[in-house]
Design a protein around this ligand. Structure first.
Ligand code: SF4
Ligand code: MG
Length: 334
């Protein structure tokens, strides 16, 4: 199957006081219908900036420098990276074709309007529905998201919802226009473990029922194990390793992926896990080391690592970017 969304060699830079932060520095990703791509890395690695680049919701300091964001819909391909963020084209896609949910529902739910009103607005903006039709649909959506008494809840304000229910209301709004792509940025980080599991279950069901391509952004490898089909490990604006979850978790190759896995408890790995934090800190994004960005923290660093490592294809589905795995001549042929 073809990817619904494909990011190709994307560069998004931030400019501040005459200095440049190459926040996204040559990222390529593909999202397929019905599959979950997990993007994992520490804070500041560029995972949220990747999402805001796709949504064209970047802060004023940031600019897409180069690369493509290809969105395919019914045989037609458009390059979102070429649309001004305020353009009609982008407005038609954002929220309707590509929807996003956040860690904090307050980002997308307005406290001064009822939950139902906000879902209805979304529907009326993108679909030609009457007020009555939109209301009926809003109630259906709340019910589908597992919100009890939706015909009462529809007239309530976000603050009248519990944290988990607010998350469901935000998901209802995101689902209103049947998006083909869902971007979820740390959607459960603020919730307790039980609610977290329920929200993930909901996202997983929607992904399956609607054949929706999902980008799941997280700092937690445990979430990747549970939820994702494919994974891209990001460090300092680059994808350092990517593959199916089976590839990357069963045989992590990049020293950063290994360090990340060793630094956090992973469900199903047994209770006695020896956790070792990653040594050092991420460098100043405005003052980066040359070559491999992980070199200052890497136990395997070699003199050659001052050069940017190429991407090496380990298998049809598994890529790594590290000098420990030099590309063999001619492996581009297959
Ligand atoms: Fe470590 Fe070098 Fe690989 Fe970077 S390229 S992760 S410094 S071995
Ligand atoms: Mg973030």
């Amino acid at each position: 199957r073809e990817p619904v969304l494909e990011v190709r060699d994307l560069r998004t830079y931030f400019y501040q006081d005459g200095r440049v932060n190459r926040a996204i520095d040559g990222v390529s990703l593909a999202l397929y219908p019905g599959r979950v791509l997990g993007i994992v890395g520490e804070s500041g690695c560029g995972k949220s900036v990747t999402a805001s680049s796709v949504m064209r919701l970047l802060p004023d300091l940031a600019r897409i420098e180069s690369g493509e964001i290809l969105y395919r819909n019914h045989g037609k391909t458009v390059n979102i990276a070429s649309y001004p963020s305020g353009s009609d084209e982008m407005r038609a896609i954002r929220g309707s074709e590509i929807a996003m949910i956040f860690q904090d529902p307050i980002v997308s739910l307005n406290p001064v309007y009822t939950v139902g009103w906000q879902i209805m607005e979304m529907l009326r903006l993108h679909r030609s529905l009457t007020r009555a039709q939109a209301r009926t649909r809003a109630i259906e959506l709340l019910a589908e998201m597992g919100i009890p008494s939706p015909e009462i809840r529809v007239d309530e304000f976000p603050h009248q919802f519990s944290g988990g229910m607010r998350q469901r209301a935000m998901i209802a709004m995101a689902m209103a226009c049947e998006p083909r792509v869902l971007i979820a940025d740390e959607p459960t980080t603020a919730l307790d473990v039980t609610i977290q599991a329920q929200v993930f279950e909901l996202i997983d069901r929607l992904r399956r029922d609607r054949d929706m391509a999902t980008m799941l952004i997280t700092h937690d490898m445990g979430v990747i194990t549970e939820m994702a089909d494919d994974v891209a490990v990001m460090y300092m604006g680059k994808v350092v390793e990517t593959g199916t979850v089976a590839d990357v978790l069963a045989s992590p190759r990049h020293p950063y992926t290994r360090a990340l896995l060793a630094s956090m408890p992973i469900l199903g790995r047994g209770r006695r896990q020896q956790l070792s934090p990653i040594r050092g800190a991420t460098p100043d994004a405005y003052n980066r080391p040359p070559g491999c960005q992980f070199a200052p923290r890497c136990d395997s660093a070699m003199p050659g690592c001052v050069q940017q490592p190429p991407v090496t294809q380990l298998s049809a589905t598994h890529d790594v970017s590290c000098w420990l795995y030099p590309s063999t001549e001619g492996n581009d042929d297959d």
